[in-house]
Structures are given as C-alpha cells and as structure tokens.
Design a protein around this ligand. Structure first.
Ligand code: NAP
Length: 509
C-alpha cells in the first residue's frame, strides 16, 4: 500500500496551522518540520496544537539538524533537550531523528517520550551531494539501532544513481526491515514514484509546487493524479522518457493520462541521463540491466536520439533513414528502435494543409526534428529547403536529404507554401520572446507550423497570423507522436483527446 507523507515547513505557528489543514487533503501522513519555525522554542507548542487537531492523519515530528538539511541552527544539545522533554502526543506519531541522536538516546536509560516504543522512531540519514560509496554500511549502522524505521535519502545526479536505492529497498524487503529510501533531485523522481510499490514504508509529496522540502520532490497531488501511485504494484509496466534535461517534458502527463483512461496498469516516468550508454546498459537492456522491472519501452529525447542507435538490437527503416530513434520497444530480451516524430509531424500537417505533393516547404533549423521533417515531407512529395543559422553544421543534414540550405537571418519565405520552425526559438524560458521569422518575412506563406508547443501560441505563430498565414501548434505533433508510441508499446490506440486535454492544462497559455 502506498503512503504519501506531506511535509509541512512553516515559519510561524499560524502558517503551520494553515499548511497542516491543506496537507490533510492530500496526505496519508503529515510531517511537521519543526526546524522550519523561526522560533524553535515554539516547536513543543506546535506539536501540542497539531496533536489536538491532527485531522485523523498520523504525524511525523522532525527537528532536522542543519548538517542534515534542516532550516534552523538548533544545535545538538537543543535537539536532545527537545526530544527529551517532549510531551507524548496523543495522535499516532512517528519521530524522525538523525543517527547521532538515536545512538545517544537509545543508550540513555530513558528517552521520553520515545522510550514508549522505538518502533515509532525513524532513524534518518541524508546526503545532499550524491550517493555515498558506503551506502550499504550506512544502512547496516542504522539497522543496528533500535529504531523501527530506517530512512536514507541521497542526491541523484543521474537516473542510474537510483539503482543503489532500489537495491536497498530489495535488501530491506528480504530482511523484513521498514525502510524509506529516496533519491532526491529531478533524476531521483523514479524512486519517489516507484518506491512504495517496491516496499518503501512511505514516499514524500510536497504540499504544492512552492513548498517542496527536498530537491525534486513532486507534489502529493502529482503522485496521486499523474503517477496514480496507489495503483502501482510489482506487475506495473514501466515506460518513460530518457533525455537531459527531461523535467520540463509533458510526456509523463500525457502518457500517464492515456494509461489511466485505458485502464492499463502502467506508469510513465522521466529518466534524466547524461550518459545514455551507461543508462541503457545498467537500467534498460534486458541482458545487462541491474534492476528487475517490467520495462516496456522508452521515449528518447534531446540529446540522445542518435547516440542511442548503436545500443539497439534492431532499428526500423524510417528511423535509420532519418538518423534518429525517438521510441524504444522492449520485446523479450531485445531492444527495437522506431521514429514516431516523422509520422507525428505529418499527421496534423496533412489534416490541416491537405496533400503535400509539390508543396514548397521551408524547414527552419537543421537538427533532429528538422531531419524528421525533411524525411517526412520528401516522402510525401514535398519540395524541401533548409534555413539555418550555421550553414556549416546544416550542410550535413542538407546533404543527407539532397536539399538546398540557406542562411536563416534575413531569409524571405515568400513563395513557400509551408514554413516549419524546428528550432527551440519561442520556447518557454530564455527564447520565449524570440521568433525565427517575422511577419514581413512570412508574407505570402500559406501555413506556418511551429514544433515548439510551450507556449501554445509562440511569437512565430503570432507573427505568422499577422502575415495572414494559417497556423499550426507543435502540441498536435506532441500528441500524434505520443499516440503512435503508445500504440507501439501497448498494441492499443490511446484516447488522443485525453492526452490533449491534459497537455493543455499543463501548458503556459
Ligand atoms: P536539435 O537537434 O538540438 O536541433 C535544434 C536546431 O535548432 C539546430 O539546427 C540548431 O542549430 C537550431 N538552433 C538552436 N538554437 C538556435 C538559435 N538560437 N537560432 C537559430 N537556430 C537555433 O533539437 P531537435 O530535436 O531538432 O528539437 C528542436 C525543437 O523541436 C525543440 O524545441 C523541440 O522541443 C521541438 N520538438 C517538438 C516536438 C513536438 O512533438 N512538438 C518533437 C520534437 C522536437 P545549430 O546546429 O546551429 O545549433
């Protein structure tokens, strides 16, 4: 059974009261991070107040030391005094203490109120830099204390850093120990989602986006609504997106919504990987991976779409011709590679524009998406020309597809039927106010298609509309290429409307 604990970190008692009330809506347990209070002397009072209210949710009391990621400067003696003088709460309560305190207090004659039952004590260790090489030793040291629950949280800088955490969960299961094991940071999110289904005593979910108490902590609502954490078990099929970065990707939102709508026991996760070769070897390929799971497939995104190709057992002809794989299917002990970008790009384009045969198509950019666009447009009989900022780099793509290539700055698109932006210009963030082409440059063009989908209406599309062009947003490609991935993995067609609705809800409008 999955348990979501929502930590509450508030500076005053009033703020804590409000936050606990909100936390109770999404939490199975509520953690009072007493070290967040401006006045740590008020911690005992906070416990009394929340104990009296408690909302039927068990509480975890934590007064984290600064060295272990706490917010106050309360020293060792202060923490010891607090725990020793705490009035025993009436509500179901767990007490989260650092290893040094647990060792000290467990050897003392009496630890009021913890002497009542050490089973209620979580003995915790945090490492905010990485995965310590002596992780197993740390586990053994904590397991040797009388504390009933072991907690180990480390920083994941890459998806493969999650492997030692899954190993620890497996060990604790074998040894019948209660363990909370978490990898922090965006690369560790898979341990937060899959942990409970692999035996973790609980997982932490933030109150909201602004109130995460550890790096990479998703909200409790995301754990329930996006990842459907209560439904996950040892049978759950795992899919996900590998790239770097991946935390902005909308794919988890759309695929998980589609799994839920089709009532499929599957989850889709973000895998942040710097070195795709290591990731594929240690986590993906059935012959070499170091984790037992029902991995069914992967989406592949920037910068791994080409690098992943030599690591696969078979690649479909289209993906070979494009020179990029964006979809992997795990079949028995083989990895099969596909490219759904090309069909995902063309389906909405043909729906809107009609037949592409003899259409003059300008493709802005010369990277992976431009390659998929060029291949698909040529395949449909279109006449393609590339426009790029760096003709040296773009020459390779132009040569591979036998198309002309021009300098982007100062280009005139008059005479083109379709102009497609395949650069990140216009994307949420640093490029949001930038366009690869202005209204003046786009006069006379019939349709402008932006592969950027966040925001939905980019500056490029606004400029194109002002030039009288029909416009098409990249959201349609996102849904179409994702729907084809879903079909490859599950053999079923997803509900594309569900995917679109969830994507739109998550986007900057
Ligand atoms: P990529 O392989 O990195 O290629 C990016 C291209 O954009 C390169 O040609 C690059 O030129 C050019 N570029 C980057 N910054 C530029 C700038 N400031 N000015 C002019 N050109 C610039 O990336 P990709 O995989 O092709 O993806 C490109 C875009 O398409 C991304 O925004 C991605 O989100 C979007 N996309 C959307 C979907 C969808 O489903 N809607 C699917 C795939 C991709 P240089 O070679 O000179 O660096």
């Amino acid at each position: 059974m999955s348990r979501i604990c929502v930590p509450v970190c508030a500076r005053s008692l009033d703020e804590m009261r409000d936050a606990v009330e909100r936390a109770a809506e999404a939490a199975d347990l509520i953690e009072l991070r007493l070290d967040c209070l401006d006045d740590v002397e008020a911690a005992s009072r906070a416990v009394e107040v929340e104990d009296a209210r408690s909302f039927g949710r068990p509480l975890i009391l934590t007064l984290r030391s600064a060295e272990q990621g706490g917010h106050s400067s309360v020293d060792y003696e202060g923490r010891r005094r607090f725990w020793s003088s705490l009035k025993p709460p009436a509500a179901d309560c767990l007490f989260d203490l650092e290893y040094d305190l647990v060792q000290d207090l467990s050897s003392a004659a009496s630890l009021h109120p913890l002497d009542a039952d050490w089973k209620q004590v979580i003995c915790s260790h945090h490492d905010f830099k990485g995965v310590p090489p002596d992780l197993e030793k740390i586990y053994e040291a904590i397991a040797a204390t009388p504390a009933g629950i072991i907690k180990i949280a480390v920083q994941a800088n890459d998806a493969i850093d999650c492997l030692p955490i899954f190993n620890l969960l497996e060990r604790a299961r074998r040894e019948h120990r209660e363990l909370i094991a978490i990898a922090m940071g965006p690369a560790g999110i898979i341990t937060r989602v899959l942990g409970p289904s692999r035996g973790s005593f609980l997982t932490y979910g933030a109150l909201d986006d602004e109130n995460a108490t550890a790096p990479g902590q998703p909200t409790a609502k995301q754990l329930r609504d996006v990842y459907r954490i209560e439904r996950l078990d040892s049978e759950t099929e795992v899919m996900g997106i590998v790239g770097n970065p991946v935390n902005q990707s909308l794919s988890p939102v759309i695929h998980n919504a589609a799994f839920a709508a089709a009532n499929i026991n599957a989850v889709y996760l973000p895998f942040q990987a710097h070195d795709v070769t290591e990731f594929m070897r240690r986590m993906v390929h059935p012959k070499t991976r170091e984790i037992v799971w029902n991995l069914r497939g992967l989406s592949v995104t920037i910068p791994h779409k080409s690098a992943v190709m030599p690591l696969l057992d078979w690649i479909d002809e289209t993906a070979k011709e494009i020179g990029a794989v964006n979809t992997i299917l795990v079949r028995d002990d083989q990895l099969l590679g596909y490219n759904t970008d090309a069909s995902g790009l063309m389906t909405p384009l043909i729906n809107r524009f009609g037949a592409i045969r003899d259409a003059r198509c300008a493709v802005i950019g010369a990277g992976g998406a431009a390659r998929a666009a060029s291949w698909a447009l040529i395949n449909e009989g279109g006449m393609v020309e590339l426009f790029a900022r760096n003709l040296g780099r773009a020459a390779i793509t132009a040569k591979d597809f036998g198309v002309p290539c021009h300098q982007l700055s100062g280009a005139d698109f008059a005479g083109f039927d379709i102009v497609i932006n395949t650069t990140p210009l216009g994307m949420f963030g640093a490029y949001q106010e930038v366009t690869p082409a202005t209204t003046a440059q786009l006069l006379g063009v019939r349709l402008a298609y932006d592969l950027v989908y966040n925001p939905i209406e980019t500056v490029f599309l606004r400029q194109a509309r002002a030039a009288g062009c029909d416009i098409l947003s990249g959201i349609e490609m996102l849904i179409a290429q994702g729907a084809e991935q879903f079909r490859l993995w599950t053999g079923q067609f997803p509900d594309a409307n569900v995917m679109r609705t969830r994507a739109l809800r998550s986007l900057v409008q």
